[in-house]
Design a binder for this molecule. Structure first.
Ligand code: NDP
Length: 419
């Protein structure tokens, strides 16, 4: 018997919860807790009667450690799956420490207020020392390593698709295909079309911050930073076709650089259409992507949060999105002294996802691995005290579950590479 507390009830959570309910042997009981309890209740109502998993719901403000602790003390979960926002990572980890409960998430910590002087001082020091300026990085959560070790609990960080599955693909490539990996190119292609002139596929605030920031990649032991969208390439994605893609900073580069021994270069590319980029640039130029509050008619508003209220809810894109995603990694390196290149990827169809769980493929490709990470921690397949990213565990059980729970992958030898 196991109990999982799931925090957040948005697009990704919706899929993770559906998938937990398909895996009732592992998830005998779940509690869905979020800021808006009505969303949790609606999902519970939808799923009850279709699953053996016992579902309860709760209201929680995950910014408040005391609220989280009192919820955990009353529900007594075996693990907590954080599918709220990266802003809540540290408060949820603090509560897990206090209650000695395992922790799983899909995105590394990022502060809500990037003007907070206390955070800013640490951030500016890190920019100088590390050489990349993204607002998010692993240092905040890696700092919990010793505390989690002492408490005898596991934190599994970044168990989404990217990071998450891309990290598992890297561990799998190293385990089965290479003696040494020289380069990793992570390619994230969304060939889907939702028919709106502009919308984001997951939380707009998190998404727009990520793609409007400087790009960066890891090369020969250090970060190389680029201007936003400075490096553009074209790639012919299997089952999707030829797309423009742009180099972005991405969090798994940071952990893979640490965990894939001897890797010389790691890059991350994401596809964007011209319309998306033009809209984003315009919104940025007029200040709509800012996270600093401004006074409007006597009331403080945060421009990007106001923009979020105007944009379509990512969870509503499901019925109208058609096409496929293709996300994967191209590895180069050596095996038994011979040069080798392989491509491991998954293709996911937006409409198939919608038929199965009522959401588009971006939430689906994140929610499935979130459930898998939680399952492997709950059933103690992944059981180490401390704070880890997914590539630090055996990739094989994760890869098996991807095939079983809707994200089958393929390995291609000698694929087209990226210049
Ligand atoms: P949504 O905005 O759809 O959902 C976020 C949920 O968190 C909402 O239910 C929201 O509640 C809840 N929430 C926000 N603040 C709090 C709070 N203080 N206390 C309690 N609940 C809160 O986001 P997504 O589902 O799109 O994304 C979820 C996570 O997945 C994010 O961290 C995102 O970065 C990550 N992600 C990871 C990917 C990967 O591949 N690794 C890819 C895509 C996303 P309310 O409904 O009241 O607003």
């Amino acid at each position: 018997m196991s109990r999982l507390l799931i925090i957040g009830c948005g697009g990704v959570a919706g899929v993770a919860i559906h998938k937990c309910c398909q895996n009732s042997d592992t998830f005998t009981e779940i509690c869905i807790a979020s800021r808006t309890k009505e969303k949790c209740d609606a999902l519970k109502e939808k799923l009850e009667g279709t699953t053996k998993t016992k579902i309860t719901t709760a209201k929680v403000d995950a910014d408040k450690v005391e609220e989280l602790i009192s919820l955990m003390e009353s529900y007594k979960p075996d693990a907590v799956l954080n599918v709220a926002l990266p802003y809540q990572d540290l408060t949820i980890m603090d509560a897990c420490l206090a209650c000695k409960v395992d922790y799983i998430d899909t995105a590394n910590y990022e502060p809500e207020d990037t003007d907070d002087p206390k955070w800013r001082a640490v951030y500016e020091k890190r920019c100088k020392e590390e050489g990349f300026t993204a607002y998010f990085d692993y240092s905040w959560q890696w700092a919990y390593k010793e505390k989690f070790e002492k408490a005898g609990i596991t934190a599994l960080l970044g168990s989404g698709f990217d990071p998450g599955v891309t990290s598992v693909f890297s561990a799998y490539a190293l385990k089965h295909y290479f003696d040494e990996i020289d380069t990793i190119d992570i390619l994230d292609c969304n060939g889907g079309d939702h028919g709106y002139p502009f919308a984001t596929n997951f939380n707009p605030e998190i998404n727009l911050r990520e793609v409007s920031a400087n790009g960066s990649y890891w090369e020969n032991g250090h970060w190389v930073e680029t201007k936003p969208m400075e490096i553009k390439r074209e790639y012919n994605f299997p089952e999707v076709g030829r797309k423009d893609m742009y180099l972005l900073h991405h969090e798994e580069i940071e952990s893979l650089a640490k965990n894939i021994p001897g890797v010389k270069r790691i890059r991350f590319f994401m596809t964007f259409g011209q319309s998306y980029l033009t809209h984003m640039k315009c919104l940025e130029n007029v200040g709509m992507l800012s996270t600093s509050p401004i006074l409007f008619e006597g009331k403080e508003i945060v421009p990007i949060q106001f923009l979020k209220a105007l944009l379509p809810d990512p969870a509503s894109l499901g019925p109208r999105t058609v096409g496929k995603t293709n996300i994967g990694c191209i590895f180069t390196g050596r095996k038994d002294g011979k040069e080798k290149t392989i491509y491991i990827y998954n293709v996911c169809d937006h409409q198939e996802c919608y038929k199965e769980v009522g959401s588009q493929a971006i939430s689906y490709t994140t929610g499935v691995p979130a459930m898998i990470g939680a399952a492997l921690v709950l059933n103690k397949t992944y059981d180490r005290d401390g704070v880890f990213t997914v590539e630090e565990f055996d990739p094989d059980p994760f890869m098996d579950m991807l095939n079983k729970y809707g994200l089958p992958w393929v390995v291609v030898e000698n694929p087209e590479t990226v210049a």
